[in-house]
Design a protein around this ligand. Structure first.
Ligand code: NAD
Length: 366
């Protein structure tokens, strides 16, 4: 089969890890007889440097005309001045809004092979297998009014958290549907003791809970959830949260898996259905890692597993997605470790060498 994929590496380690994701995609093409037409575009800091703005029309056209988008990450100290007029993150937020991808799905799984690399005790992380669903196009990161203004009493900065019932319901439905295909437990995270948005969130979650009566629903306050993620991580199945809480909790959850470099994500416009075709944005959960950018040591696994989610959810290629995940599992089983997951004193492989090993595992299986 033939597919069109937009590739937006972005900044820092974004292009480094995305290159390996692309190599894995091409290996899948060779092993399973598919043709992937790749179109590259700029976004974020590199786009500001080249074109003056973080998201240009050419990139927007790529979002509109391809079957799926493989993205790296944007941002970095170069574009971070507090008074900067244009910022890389504006491109990212505008891309998500343009694509309407309101559900960010982040699976967090602990590989038994990596138990020793985690900062948490093996008995705490044993059996961790959860999905964090983060609302991605609403709340504090988008709502108006926002900004800074001078007043006689000094500068005022403001951001607005706003959610409609519809925005809450559609992302919770994604969570309930995912839970249905898993262990049938949904944790709805809010701050209903303080925030009006959260009280509406909880009301909608409770209403949907009656409709999805086969799913065990629990409501947890975000501060308690932050603790429980470390105390009892294996008890979570699907966690659903609004944008800001989800951003923070999913990074915290990544620590369970030993490194954020391992974790993928899919941003979708609805409930993911394996085997069907629909657009989506796929990216590792990490940022541009300026501290290691350009050194060839970033872990590309998050990008590679994002490719697995992409072929499964946007291209309808279920078997191919499983083949990528199996290849990652095998390579970790052979003790291949990038620097972030290597044990102290043990050697490690480079970004490209990790890509080589996963590509080879796919070719061998194919
Ligand atoms: P980060 O995720 O870039 O890095 C956090 C830590 O994890 C760093 O020590 C980094 O070296 C390490 N790390 C991250 N990915 C890794 C990988 N693949 N392999 C090995 N180690 C890895 O977060 P940060 O340092 O808070 O942010 C850096 C920049 O990235 C900022 O400009 C931020 O705005 C941006 N950012 C972008 C996105 C995105 O584009 N989606 C997401 C988060 C942060």
């Amino acid at each position: 089969m033939e597919f069109n994929i937009a590739v937006l590496g972005g900044d820092g380690i974004g292009p480094e890890v995305t290159d390996q994701g692309v190599r894995v995609l091409e290996a899948v093409g060779r092993a399973f007889g598919h043709n992937f037409n790749l179109s590259y575009g700029d976004i974020g800091g590199i786009s500001i440097d080249k074109h003056g703005i973080p998201l240009i029309d050419h990139t927007i056209e790529l979002l509109d005309t391809n079957d799926a988008v493989l993205f790296g990450a944007v941002g970095g100290p170069k574009w971070d001045a507090p008074d900067a007029k244009v910022r890389p993150e504006q491109g990212l937020l505008a891309m998500r809004a343009h694509m309407g991808v309101f559900a960010n799905i982040r699976p967090v799984k602990v590989y038994p092979q990596l138990a020793e690399s985690s900062v948490l005790k093996p008995e705490v992380i044993d059996g961790v297998d959860m999905v964090v669903v983060r609302e991605l196009t609403g709340g504090l990161y988008y709502a108006e009014p926002r900004g800074r203004r001078e007043t006689p009493n000094g500068i005022i900065a403001e951001d607005t958290m706003r959610y409609t019932e519809g925005e809450i319901e559609r992302v919770l439905r994604v969570g309930f549907e995912l839970a249905r295909g898993r262990r049938k437990k949904l944790t709805s995270v809010d701050k209903a003791n303080v925030l009006e948005c959260s009280r509406l969130w909880r009301t909608v979650a409770a209403r949907l809970g009656e409709e999805y009566s086969d799913i065990e629903l629990e409501h947890v306050l975000v501060d308690a959830c932050a603790m429980q993620l470390i105390q009892r991580p294996a008890s979570f199945d699907v966690i659903v949260s609004e944008n800001t809480f989800g951003d923070i909790l999913s990074d915290e959850a990544s620590v369970l898996a030993a490194s954020m470099g391992l974790l993928p994500s899919a941003s979708l416009t609805g409930v993911p259905v394996a085997g069907q075709r629909s657009g989506g944005l796929y990216e590792p959960i990490h940022g541009t890692a300026p501290d290691i950018a350009g050194r060839g040591i970033a872990n590309p696994t998050g990008s590679i597993l994002s490719v697995a989610m992409m072929v499964r959810y946007s291209l309808g290629l279920t078997e191919e997605g499983a083949a990528i995940e199996l290849a990652v599992d095998r390579v970790l089983g052979q003790n291949a470790r990038t620097a972030d997951i290597a044990l102290p004193g043990a050697g490690h492989v480079s970004t490209k060498e990790m890509g080589d090993l996963i590509v080879a595992a796919i070719e061998k299986a194919g």
